[in-house]
Design a protein around this ligand. Structure first.
Ligand SMILES: Cc1cc2nc3c(=O)[nH]c(=O)nc-3n(C[C@H](O)[C@H](O)[C@H](O)COP(=O)(O)O)c2cc1C
Length: 397
C-alpha cells in the first residue's frame, strides 16, 4: 500500500495531483467535479483585479487545437504532442461573486479536496484588496498568479509582462495573507531560479511552475491569426521538457515545495515532475481534453507503478532524478568505440536516412542502406529517423 499524501504548510493533499487554474476550475461545480474525478485539489480560475476587468469576457470561440485531429487513429489514439491555443484571461466573476464561489466550492468538497483561490492584481492596491477579501473566505490556500502569458498585451501589469514587480507584490501580499500561499511564475523569463529564490525569501509556502507561453498561429491565406486576431495562450504536451527543466533547476535552488506541471499528458509525466523535485503536480490541458476523471485514472496507474517498483510513498520518488542530471559541461564527450550499422533484413530501402545524413555517410545498395564508418559522425540521426528502426548503435570495446 503506497502513501500518496502530501502535506505543505499544514495543508494535507490526499495525493500529489491537482487541477490547475483554468476552464476546468471556472466555478465551484467544476471544482467539485475535479475533486470527484480524483484530484486532491483545484486551483480556481484566476480573479483579475478590476483594472483588468476586460479579461472577464472572452472571444468565442476561444480554443484552437493544432496537430490534434490530424493524428493517425484519432480519436482512439491521441497525440503526445500538439498545441492548444486559447484566449481566456481570468475568471468572469467580480470580486464578491468570486469569493462567494470559493466558499461554495469549499462547502461542496469539504475535507475531500483542497480549494485554492487564485489572484492576479495589476497594482499593489489591487493585490492587497483581493488578499484581504480572500482571507475572509474558506479557501484552504491562495495562489498569487503572476504568470498570465498575454495579460501584458491587454496593457496591464500582470503575468509575463510584470516579472519585474514580483518582489514588490509578493512582499506586500505576504504581509496581508493569513493563509498558506504559492506564487505562480511565468515560464517566459530567462531566470526562473532567481525569481523562485525571491519568492522563497518573501515567505511563500510553495512556488508554481508554471503557466504556458504566448503565441500566434497564422493562416497564410488570410495572413491573419487563426481563431481571433491577437496572440493567445500557447501550450500542450510538447512543453513537458521545458517544464521539467525549470522544475529541476528551481528544485536545486530553493527549499520551498514546488507545484510542477507544464505539458502533463500521461500519468508517467506526473512521476517525472515528482522525480525532478515537484511535491505537487498540476494538470489542465489533459483534463480539458480527456475529462475530469483523468486524474483518478492516473493516480491508479501511479499507485500500481509505485507498488511494482517497491516505492512506499511519494517522498520515495521526490527528487530522485536530480542527481542524475549533469551540467552540460559534464556530459561525456568521448565517443570512441561507438558505431552505427543497418540491419538490412529490416531496411525497406526508403532512403529516409540518406536525406538526414549531413555527413553523406549512407548509401543505398541492393541489400539496403549501408553506413560508411569512415564518414559517419556517430550523430545518431539516421537511427532516430528510420521508420523500420533498422539502424543500430553499438559500442566496440
Ligand atoms: C484555457 C486555459 C486557461 C487558463 N487560465 C489560467 C488562469 O486563469 N490562471 C492561471 O494561473 N493559469 C491559467 N492557465 C494555465 C494553467 O493553469 C496551467 O498552468 C497551464 O495550462 C500548464 O498546464 P498544462 O500543460 O497541463 O495545460 C490556463 C490554461 C489554459 C489552457
Amino acid at each position: 500500500m503506497t502513501e500518496k499524501n502530501v502535506e505543505i504548510s499544514g495543508v494535507k493533499f490526499k495525493n500529489p495531483l491537482i487541477v490547475g487554474s483554468a476552464t476546468p476550475t471556472w466555478d465551484s461545480t467544476r471544482m467539485k467535479r475535479c475533486i470527484e474525478g480524483g484530484a486532491s485539489g483545484a486551483i480556481a480560475k484566476s480573479l483579475f483585479g478590476n483594472s483588468a476587468a476586460i479579461g472577464r469576457k472572452y472571444p468565442r470561440p476561444r480554443f484552437k487545437l493544432f496537430d490534434y485531429r490530424e493524428y493517425p487513429g484519432y480519436p482512439d489514439n491521441l497525440p503526445g504532442s500538439f498545441t492548444l491555443r486559447s484566449l481566456e484571461e481570468c475568471s468572469s466573476f467580480n470580486y464578491a461573486d468570486y469569493m462567494n464561489d470559493i466558499n461554495k466550492a469549499k462547502d461542496m468538497v469539504g475535507s475531500d479536496g483542497i480549494i485554492i483561490a487564485s489572484l492576479s492584481g495589476a497594482t499593489k492596491e489591487e493585490w492587497i484588496e483581493m488578499c484581504e477579501m480572500v482571507n475572509q473566505t474558506k479557501a484552504d490556500w491562495v495562489e498569487l498568479n503572476n504568470s498570465c502569458p498575454f495579460a501584458a498585451d491587454m496593457g496591464v501589469k500582470i503575468g509575463a509582462g510584470a516579472v519585474d514587480l514580483t518582489k514588490e507584490f509578493v512582499h506586500a501580499c505576504s504581509r496581508v495573507l493569513k493563509k498558506p500561499f504559492s506564487v505562480k511564475i511565468t515560464p517566459q523569463t530567462s531566470d526562473s531560479v532567481s525569481l523562485a529564490k525571491m519568492v522563497e525569501e518573501e515567505g511563500a509556502s510553495a512556488i508554481n511552475l508554471s503557466a504556458r507561453l504566448s503565441g500566434i498561429m497564422l493562416d497564410i491565406d488570410t495572413a491573419a491569426p487563426i481563431g481571433w486576431e491577437s496572440i493567445g495562450g500557447y501550450g500542450g504536451p510538447y512543453l513537458l521538457g521545458y517544464g521539467l527543466k525549470t522544475t529541476f533547476q528551481v528544485a536545486k535552488a530553493v527549499k520551498i515545495p514546488i507545484i510542477g506541471g507544464l505539458g502533463v499528458w500521461k500519468w508517467q509525466d506526473v512521476i517525472k515532475y515528482i522525480m525532478v523535485g515537484a511535491s505537487i503536480v498540476q494538470t489542465v490541458t489533459a483534463v480539458m481534453l480527456r475529462g475530469f476523471n483523468v486524474t483518478g485514472k492516473w493516480m491508479k496507474n501511479i499507485e500500481q507503478w509505485m507498488d511494482a517498483k517497491g516505492y512506499k510513498s511519494i517522498n520515495d520518488i521526490k527528487g530522485i532524478a536530480l542527481e542524475n542530471i549533469k551540467k552540460t559541461s559534464e556530459v561525456e564527450r568521448d565517443f570512441k568505440g561507438i558505431k552505427f550499422s543497418v540491419d538490412t533484413d529490416l531496411c525497406s530501402k526508403c532512403g529516409v536516412c540518406l536525406k538526414s545524413c549531413m555527413y553523406e555517410a549512407i548509401s543505398l545498395t541492393s541489400a539496403g542502406a549501408v553506413i560508411n564508418d569512415n564518414l559517419c559522425d556517430r550523430c545518431g540521426m539516421c537511427s532516430e529517423v528510420c521508420p523500420q528502426r533498422a539502424v543500430r548503435m553499438y559500442r566496440n570495446t
